[in-house]
Design a protein around this ligand. Structure first.
Ligand code: ZN
Length: 203
């Protein structure tokens, strides 16, 4: 196996994925090779399709299909007056699965202090634009209960100071250090229900 460059390359790539090291990468590659038609072929196809057709929306940060546009912010059938701000797409998926929230999402793609993330990368300007353009009444800050998450929430709150929007934050019931995507549905639902208002210029 050592002499086949493609295999070495694939093992190297797979071991870069979250939660996987060289050992599990080797196991995965062996499994793929043993099932060329059922695994390698469809996997190669779907990866090529995703590379071509799926990208991060520049407006809301969610994943969008380049063929039909962004279902999160460009779908005319979905009109909401709330935006929930999260760090990652996995957080959006967790909140959607809990069924507690009906509204738009805004995915920052990280936090202010995480390495290599400049404020400009976090789509905060586009959040301020969306609030104005879509006549949003409430912005729900659902960043993690980590120092970075809370710093980011504070920065967003400051950025929205001049817009007439109600800003709320998920309830303190969130465990300290808790990341949204790892919360169970019960905790998430109660954090949403008991969210608290930060500032409001409208009422
Ligand atoms: Zn979008």
């Amino acid at each position: 196996m050592q002499n086949i460059n493609e295999i070495e390359e694939l093992i190297k790539l797979i071991s870069k994925l979250p939660g996987l090291g060289p050992k599990s990468a080797k196991r995965i590659v062996l499994r793929l090779i043993n099932d060329r038609d059922q695994l390698i072929k469809p996997l190669a196809n779907v990866l090529a399709q995703i590379y071509k057709n799926v990208s991060r929306c520049k407006n809301c940060g969610s994943l969008k299909s380049n063929l039909v546009g962004c279902d999160n912010c460009e779908n005319p059938k979905k009109k909401f007056d709330k935006i929930c701000v999260v760090e990652d797409i996995a957080d959006q998926w967790s909140i959607e699965n809990s069924n507690i929230y009906q509204g738009y999402f805004h995915i920052l793609g990280g936090t202010i202090s995480s390495a290599g993330n400049r404020k400009g990368d976090l789509l905060i300007d586009s959040l301020v634009d969306r609030v104005k353009r879509d006549k949003i009444e409430e912005v729900i800050l659902a960043t993690s209960a980590t120092i970075e998450g809370q710093t980011t929430a504070y920065y967003i709150q400051e950025s929205l100071k001049n817009s007439k929007v109600k800003i709320t934050k998920l309830a303190q019931g969130l465990p300290v250090g808790g990341e949204i995507e790892n919360l169970d549905d019960g905790t998430l639902i109660s954090a949403f229900k008991n969210r608290s208002k930060l500032i409001s210029n409208s009422s």
